[in-house]
Design a protein around this ligand. Structure first.
Ligand code: CU
Length: 169
């Protein structure tokens, strides 16, 4: 009697053991296929961070802070949701290098109407064109190194209200 109970226990253990082995091998397979999918996405899409920032006739952006991860490709869309023409209420999005004197840069921008208010300056990391009401534009650029950067609208006198932080984590 003792013997048969023991063998029953052993047999049960054996079956359980087999099931576990099966389960873990199935899990491994699932994990592997998941990994493959993720790494495929990495190469195509995951590295691209899509940001949308809206601007309006009240001289405002709808975001004060934009955050991305180090090494990402940034696809930024600027929308002008207002109705006013570009000459009166033009908006752009300009990302500036660290420690840029924003007031000095904005003064230079005022004189740069011919180049869409983007002055000849090495302080610019990335910028969109200047939009009028109802327009949109998208740019793609590589996120700069880790840190905190300023972004502004360089249309004359707009940077006082239209500015924010671009944070690379
Ligand atoms: Cu503006």
């Amino acid at each position: 009697m003792k013997y048969s109970i023991l063998s029953l226990i052993l047999a049960t253990l054996f079956i359980v053991g087999c099931n576990n082995a099966k389960e873990s091998s199935t899990q491994k397979k699932v994990n592997t296929s998941k990994k493959t999918t993720v790494s495929t996405i990495d190469k195509t899409d995951t590295d691209v961070v899509k940001l949308i920032i809206n601007s309006n006739d009240q001289m405002q952006y709808d975001k004060k802070v934009l955050k991305v991860k180090t090494g990402s490709k940034v696809q930024l869309t600027l929308n002008h949701t207002g109705k006013m023409p570009k000459d009166m209420m033009g908006h752009n999005w300009v990302l500036l290098k660290k420690d840029t004197d924003i007031a000095a840069f904005a003064t230079k921008s005022m004189a740069a109407k011919a180049t869409d208010y983007i002055p000849d300056s090495d302080a610019v990391i990335a910028h969109t064109k200047t939009l009028g009401g109802g327009e949109s534009t998208t740019i793609t650029f590589d996120a700069p190194e880790k840190g905190e950067y300023d972004f502004i609208c360089s249309f004359p006198a707009h940077y006082a209200l239209m500015k924010g932080k671009f944070i690379v984590e």
